[in-house]
Design a protein around this ligand. Sequence first.
Ligand SMILES: Cc1cc2nc3c(=O)[nH]c(=O)nc-3n(C[C@H](O)[C@H](O)[C@H](O)COP(=O)(O)OP(=O)(O)OC[C@H]3O[C@@H](n4cnc5c(N)ncnc54)[C@H](O)[C@@H]3O)c2cc1C
Length: 381
Amino acid sequence: MDLTLSDEHRQLRELARRFTDERIVPHAARWDREEAIDRDLVPALGEVGFLGLGIDEKHGGSGGDNLAYCLVLEEVARGDSAVRGIISVSLGLVAKSIAKHGTEEQKQRWLPGLTAGTEIGCFALTEPGTGSDAGSLTTKATRTDNGWVLNGRKVFITNGTWADVALVFARTGGPGPKGISAFLIPTDTHGFTATEIKGKLGMRGQATAEITLDDVEVPHDALLSEEGFKLAMGALDKGRMSVAAGCVGAARGALEAALGYAKEREQFGKPIAGFQLVQELLADMAVETDAARLLTWRVADLADRNLPFSTEASMAKLYASEAAVKVANNAVQVFGGYGYIDEYPVGKYLRDARVTTLYEGTSQIQKLLIGRALTGINAFV
Ligand SMILES: Cc1cc2nc3c(=O)[nH]c(=O)nc-3n(C[C@H](O)[C@H](O)[C@H](O)COP(=O)(O)OP(=O)(O)OC[C@H]3O[C@@H](n4cnc5c(N)ncnc54)[C@H](O)[C@@H]3O)c2cc1C
């Protein structure tokens, strides 16, 4: 599927294709087995500008609009969704939040390293007791003469053990979303501990961590925003677009693998691609993938024209994540028994896709957000 893209967009997509084919595809299965990507990939992503998309050049960014970001994420996720996730969090959730809400000093401290990939960011919202209901989080930040002291626990934090800076959401006021602030915590601060969570179903190349904040003392200028929940929800709106773009890439990768296999694999004396029921599997996969991409690009288009896009981002994320699971599952079906072993890529596409219906708001939460926008009635309470 293609729509009219500028020459710049085409060149960027071509660069992302080449980078993915050369630097990601050959290693993705090994990274999945070893539960870690080669860390030198992160500065390499920075060198080609993929970690600076949407960030001002004066802070080390590479510019570009939201569509450019989606094009790159689709290509990268075709190679390995775990790598896409590292970009979505370090750039999409952390660097972009600093660029939007930070003081000049905060931008100068963190953005050059994050965009170069010499430093990594993590986004610490979820806690053991508060996932979908993030507005009830209990990590506490107490003001002192010298700054703030943070105490609490975070869980499932992408990039957690690799990060140099954690964007931590903590309670500074009363109960509910309004009492939450956002802090930039250097991860080498005394009392900050990140412990890796091993044995994930998918996204195994990226580090996921539990974080403990035990009397973590930071100066006043660690505060990024007193409206922390609003900042988090704004970041997650764009985050949903980036997850959706990644899902399109994973679905496309699964479709391309299944198409190639179906043309080669013979049963009953002919390629299985010649059987109508196999073509049905492939046709459904192609329609789901293209529909997901169109919904995703609509979000990018709205954002690029500075129009509201929250509900459309929920729609795209809901549709694309469910589509990625279905498409990858169909790909396993096309591969037959060979789809079930990790010598072939399709099982990984399925395992990686599975988390996308869970994080950055589960599919049920997206439906409640869309329902609230349609009806004006809040079904969360
Ligand atoms: C690999 C991975 C990486 C992650 N990365 C990050 C990260 O970088 N930073 C971060 O902060 N978090 C991260 N998360 C956490 C993720 O965002 C949460 O897991 C997610 O928000 C769901 O929260 P929960 O797991 O506590 O599930 P719960 O909120 O307990 O939900 C359990 C079930 O109940 C349903 N449910 C809950 N409330 C409602 C409702 N009101 N109506 C209908 N159904 C409902 C949910 O849809 C779900 O099916 C990550 C998670 C994983 C698995």
